[in-house]
Structure formats: C-alpha cells, structure tokens
Ligand binder design. Structure first.
Ligand code: 13P
Length: 249
C-alpha cells in the first residue's frame, strides 16, 4: 500500500517543516506501507532535510517536460531529483483544468520523469457531467491510454496511477466503494494491456478524492485499491497518520 500527501498550494516554509516533522516523528514502521509527501516546490529542499533517513519519500506536484532552458517559471526533472524527489504528481485535474494540461503533455512529462528516474504519479478522473452521462469509463480509459503513451515501465515500482474523480476532490463527497472498485478494475486491465500482465498487475493504483480517516479503511479494502492520494487531510498530521494506519491493516 502507498499513501501520498498532496499539499497543493498550502503551507509556507515554516509550516511545511512543522507538518513534515510532526508526521515523521510519529509515522512508525514503514514495512507494510510506503508513504510520500508532496509539498510545494519552494519547500522541497527543507522537507527533504526533515524526511531524510525516515523512509518517507519526497515528491513534487508538477514538472516541465523539457530537459531545461528558456522556460520561465518552470522546474525540470533533474532539478527535482537534485532536491531529493522520488515521486512527481503529473496531470492532476487541477492542472488539467487551470493550466491547460492535456494527456499529450502529461505523457511527455511522464516520459521525461522516467528518464530521470522519478516515479510519476499520473492522475486521471472524470468530471461530474461525464459521470452523470455515463461516459466515465471511456473518459478515464482515454486519459490512461494517452497519458501513459510511450512511457517506459519495466518494473511495477516505476509508475503510480491515481484515480481521482473530479467531483470528489475537495468536495467532501467520496466515490462509493463500488464506484472505486469498478474504475480501479478497469484501470488495472488497461495497465496490464499496456505493460504486460506481470508489470501491470503490480503498478499501484491510488484513489484520491476526499479520503479521510473515517472512510480510508473501506476505500483501501476495495480490490485494486493500492492506497490513496490525499489532499486536505494530508495537511493535518493526525489525519494523515490515521490514513497511513488504515493502509497498514
Ligand atoms: P482532497 O483529498 O482534498 O479531496 O484532494 C484530493 C486530491 O486532489 C489529491 O491529489
């Protein structure tokens, strides 16, 4: 199981140090669960210093698809590696919505991330109108196939997929266990098709969207749910630790 906190655009440097220290101090053994933390860019270095030696892995929330150069305001894969990142979240619905990211840019980013030995956490998920129209499986299938097009993955540990229905993000509304199981099963079949059974069957598929201490256990118990990508609840040490504990059992 894998639990990753996506802090989004929250917490200044001092608060980032405080939260990561509080989580690191109480995380306990990491033999049955992997844990990641994705602070904003400006806190990566400081949080890496806190996490170093704890087994909790650092991740970024985005990166640019090019190697480097004249891309004002952007951050490259090698820069993320240099500050200690293991993961990078790519194609989050907020970036698809507010920064115009497409499956094509996500695929370029994921390929570049792999070149630099970063593990991409590729996010997919349908909107509410798409769910209501019954097109959610087709929408997510297209996102998975196109976002992962050309991505090299020879070991299951080199890639993570996160299913985050847009209507469940930050809304307090969670997809039902059955909806989650259905979609995760569908994504599993796609991953096995793309990367072969041996690799595809082991790639972690995380659920994201209003995961909290009260619902984590039930969601994590669903087939093909290998953990969670946690937004709001990852900003409170107690809640995040309780979700990590749910993944342990
Ligand atoms: P919430 O947990 O705040 O709904 O956010 C989910 C998410 O977008 C994680 O990437």
């Amino acid at each position: 199981m894998l639990v990753v906190g996506n802090w989004k655009m929250n917490l200044d440097l001092a608060a980032a140090r405080q939260l990561s220290s509080a989580i690191a101090a109480s995380i306990g053994p990491l033999d049955t669960v992997d844990v990641g933390m994705c602070p904003p860019f400006v806190a990566l270095d400081a949080v890496f210093a806190v996490l170093h030696g704890t087994g909790i892995r650092l991740g970024a929330q985005n990166m640019h698809e090019e190697e480097g150069g004249a891309y004002t305001g952007e951050v490259s894969a090698s820069m993320l590696r240099a500050v200690g990142c293991h993961y990078v979240i790519l194609g989050h619905s907020e970036r698809r919505q507010y920064a115009g990211e497409t499956d094509q840019t996500v695929s370029k980013k994921a390929r570049k991330a792999r070149e630099h030995n970063l593990v991409p956490i590729v996010c997919v998920g349908e909107s509410l109108p798409q769910r209501e129209a019954g097109t959610h499986q087709a929408v997510v299938e297209k996102q998975v196939m196109e976002s992962l097009s050309g991505v090299d993955c020879t070991h299951a540990s080199e890639l993570v997929v996160a299913y985050e229905p847009v209507w469940a993000i930050g809304t307090g509304e969670t997809a039902s266990p059955q909806q989650v199981a259905d979609m995760h099963g569908h994504i599993r079949r796609l991953l096995e098709h793309l990367f072969g059974r041996a690799v595809g069957s082991g790639i972690p598929i995380l659920y994201g969207g209003s995961v909290k201490p009260s619902n984590a256990q039930e969601l994590f118990n669903q087939p093909n749910v290998d953990g969670g990508l946690i937004g709001g609840a990852s900003l409170r040490a107690e809640d995040f630790l309780s979700i990590v504990n749910a993944a342990r059992r």
